[in-house]
Write a protein that binds this ligand. Structure first.
Ligand code: FES
Length: 293
């Protein structure tokens, strides 16, 4: 009778009998998440401006300026504080209670989308493997033998994910609103905005793709799946299906997104970073937005 052997030997960290390139996925995870982390922190702490495209310091748009656009970079949305921006809710450089020497409006809101991703079930698996090597891959030796799991602090904190989901849905609605506003171009006479008209630029397309990818990521959330159908132990039982009614359909839709959650997670992470980068590059004058009409 053939002997079945485990591909993991017990020699310790990294030991395995696997012959495939199991280390590629954790390595790409480290690179992708680190790049995003560095970019997000640079935006918040070192490059707080250039979150929208302005013609000049007086903050008016010009119809003949190829750089003009009603775009708002997603890392700054919603823009709660800014002294000049037409996107700002409060026309003030920073809140009166702010005590740090530097301020960026993104500091007030980024905790919500960041917390949502940080506590996401998929990302947890990815960064537990990639950063903590716990384990680095299936059937690959771990650096430690004990396991405390998420029933203890500090990982107990991960249970807050369902609350970050609510905040992420609100942020998604703001980004949807920004994408709608990206069709609404200012008409300027002199230094005065005299009205708006329907228009579209490459930035509008990029912002819409970003919203759709973020929606795909959010709608596949495990916590959302639980909210719409998780309270049933047996979804296929006739009585429960009748009880769920429309909820069963919603659960199936969320399940469809959930099956591809990893792909949505990475595509949306890339899209939100790129959308932000695109608007900042146009704002700084390195790139020129293409106006379609
Ligand atoms: Fe990934 Fe909720 S599980 S966003």
């Amino acid at each position: 009778m053939a002997q079945l052997t485990s591909p993991m030997r017990q020699e310790g960290f990294g030991s395995t009998s696997r012959r495939d390139a199991w280390w590629v996925e954790p390595m790409l995870t480290v690179i992708g998440l680190l790049l995003f982390f560095i970019y997000a922190n640079a935006i918040v702490f070192f490059v707080p401006g250039h979150f929208e495209i302005r013609r000049n310091k007086s903050n008016f748009f010009a119809p003949d300026n190829p750089a003009m656009a009603p775009y708002l970079a997603p890392f700054h949305s919603p823009l709660i504080y800014d002294a000049q921006s037409p996107h700002a809710w409060i026309k003030q450089a920073k809140p009166g209670w702010w005590f740090l020497p530097f301020f960026s409006s993104a500091m007030l809101i980024l905790i919500f989308p960041a917390g949502f991703r940080l506590t996401c079930y998929y990302y947890r698996k990815a960064y537990y493997r990639a950063f903590w090597a716990d384990p680095p891959g299936c059937a690959v030796g771990e650096p430690r033998r004990s396991y405390r799991g998420e029933n203890h602090w500090p990982l107990l904190f991960q249970n807050i994910h369902r609350y970050f989901l609510y905040a992420a849905i609100v942020i998604l609605l703001f980004l949807l609103w920004d994408a709608i506003v990206a069709f609404w171009w200012p008409v300027v006479e002199g230094n005065t905005v005299v009205g708006h008209r329907f228009g579209m630029g490459l930035g509008t397309v990029i912002m819409w793709v970003n919203v759709l990818l973020l929606a795909g990521f959010t709608f596949g959330c495990n916590s959302l799946r639980h909210i719409v159908g998780g309270r049933m132990d047996c979804l296929s039982c006739p009585n429960n299906i009748a009880q769920l009614r429309g909820g069963y359909k919603a659960w199936r839709v969320v399940s469809w997104f959930n099956e591809r959650h990893m792909q949505w997670a990475w595509f949306s992470l890339f899209s939100v970073g790129f959308t932000d980068f695109y608007i900042r590059m146009c704002s700084a004058g390195y790139w020129t937005d293409i106006r379609f009409f």
